[in-house]
Design a protein around this ligand. Sequence first.
Ligand code: NAP
Length: 293
Amino acid sequence: MGRLQRILIPFLGLVLAFCFYSARENFQPEMLKGKRVIVTGASTGIGEQMAYHLARMGAHVLVTARTEAKLQKVVERCRELGAGSARLVSGSMEDMAFAKRVVKAAEAELGGLDMLILNHVGKSYFSYFDGDVEHVQKLLDINFLSYVTMTVSALPMLKQSGGSIVVVSSMAGKVGFPFTVPYSATKFALDGFFSSLRQEFSIQNVNVSITLCILSFIDTESAVRAAADVVLMSPAPKEECALEIIKGGALRQREVYYKYALTKIPLLLRDWAAELLDYLVRQHYQVERPPAA
Ligand code: NAP
């Protein structure tokens, strides 16, 4: 008992000190006032909601996606909500020249950049892997390579402002999930790239934060349409999710977990009981009624 206490008390002390240190700063919406922010994939879903939160906080927002008509409505709503300014650039992230052009637009029209929120995601299927290698390649371009391209283009501005990169990922980028093989691969790639880059920033004293966001099932139209019949879980609200992502970026957190209980807690099992975690993941799928191929 004495020995246990000698180990347990310092350990608990360390945990408490860590929690205190981690929670040292509280989020204030004013943190975003006047900040220049790019939000990709902002014509709908979580990206659209992030644009509205940023607008309410008084940020200068530049939104991008392919569908100009939807972006136009998002821009109008952002202006109504009190954005410092709101503008759009439409095009496809399949094209790396377009990815660079979005960053150039921020430079030309906003005069710099404080936060780059990488959120867009290409359309994929929700079904067994069909062996289509070209689709994997295309998805890697949209979901991964364009994120890298935009980061490289934006870095000079972000270094100047001491800014932030926010990367929207998924539980499917930390753990193997069925029916999302190509998507999952692109999200794991983001973790590898951005977590390694964060290490180099730390070694080189680069004052640009990188926040990787690990999301559970969220109630966006596309996700609910694809997965609601198969995933045995209620989707979490996109509005709250969007706010948690912005908070994490503003506080320069290493990672954001939303919903916490459905992401951070299961991940504690990943390295110690991987097979148990795989089993638990499968329990949340109606595999006897898989989606059509
Ligand atoms: P969503 O509603 O499907 O929105 C995707 C956005 O990406 C749209 O604005 C779409 O607009 C844009 N987009 C699609 N293809 C594009 C392309 N080729 N070039 C440029 N933009 C493109 O997605 P969401 O559910 O909000 O997800 C947002 C992020 O959260 C994604 O990174 C996703 O992986 C992550 N996430 C979502 C969930 C979930 O359950 N919803 C769970 C985990 C992680 P256009 O069609 O107009 O281009």
